[in-house]
Design a protein around this ligand. Structure first.
Ligand code: CA
Length: 229
């Protein structure tokens, strides 16, 4: 499952190593050398997961983790702390601030990938059968039913998966290629403009209850489901 992973790490060599390995594993990377820069980037795009170094110049990793978990806009993003070896106290403190996991340096790329996978699996709501609801639009993965203010909405299978993905990843921008990876899977012959076709169908189906306004086009970047205009 490809994800957008933010890597907050001030040491360029480690940053590069992590980015290289995560790209190999199919993830998209948002690299930030400091918590301050990461904060600015998050305002533009919400990552699916944050890898956060403990020791950072300026705001420390632990302070930043606290900030992420204390803000309703970002608190659902899983955080994996990167800590130096053997600092047991730090691990405890990190988990207390709401970090989802920690990895001790030096770590192997395999270990890091496994941890990321585990956290994403635990936190990825589109892998579960939970009912999701946004602004009166409800989707039930078990019964495949979608309703807008209780009125039934009829969707094709691709539009259903697309909407499910959007509703479980709200407020972040997804590029066409990310949507292809996440919704269509790795089908080699699907072109990016196919995404636009299904977005149009999805919007049309949501028009009667005005929920089409939730599906927003971000010029030059992709699409986003948002309650904010
Ligand atoms: Ca550091």
């Amino acid at each position: 499952m490809p994800a957008t992973v933010m890597v907050v790490e001030d040491e360029p060599a480690i940053q590069e190593l992590i980015a290289f390995n995560l790209k190999q594993a199919g993830h998209f990377i948002m690299a930030a050398p400091s918590a301050e820069q990461a904060s600015r980037m998050i305002k533009e795009t919400l990552p699916d997961l944050i890898l956060l170094d403990w020791m950072l110049p300026g705001m420390s990793g632990i302070e930043f983790a606290r900030k992420i978990k204390g803000d309703s806009y970002t608190k659902a993003i899983p955080v994996i702390m990167l800590t130096a070896r053997g600092e047991e106290q730090d691990k405890v403190k990190g988990l207390e601030t709401g970090a989802d996991d920690y990895v001790t340096k030096p770590f192997s790329p395999r270990e890091l990938n496994a941890r990321i996978k585990a956290v994403l699996r635990r936190r990825a709501p589109q892998m579960t059968d939970e009912l999701v609801e946004v602004a009166g639009l409800a989707l039930d993965p078990l019964t495949h039913r979608v309703t807008g203010h209780s009125a039934p909405v009829t969707l094709g299978p691709t539009e259903f998966r697309l909407l499910h993905f959007f509703m479980t990843h709200p407020e972040r921008v997804h590029s066409r290629s990310q949507l292809l990876d996440s919704v269509w899977g790795n089908q080699a012959y699907v072109e990016e403009r196919t995404v636009d076709v299904h977005i149009r169908r999805l919007r049309r189906a949501l028009e009667p209850t005005r929920h089409d306004a939730l599906v927003q086009t971000i010029r030059g970047a992709g699409y986003r489901l948002s309650q904010r205009i």
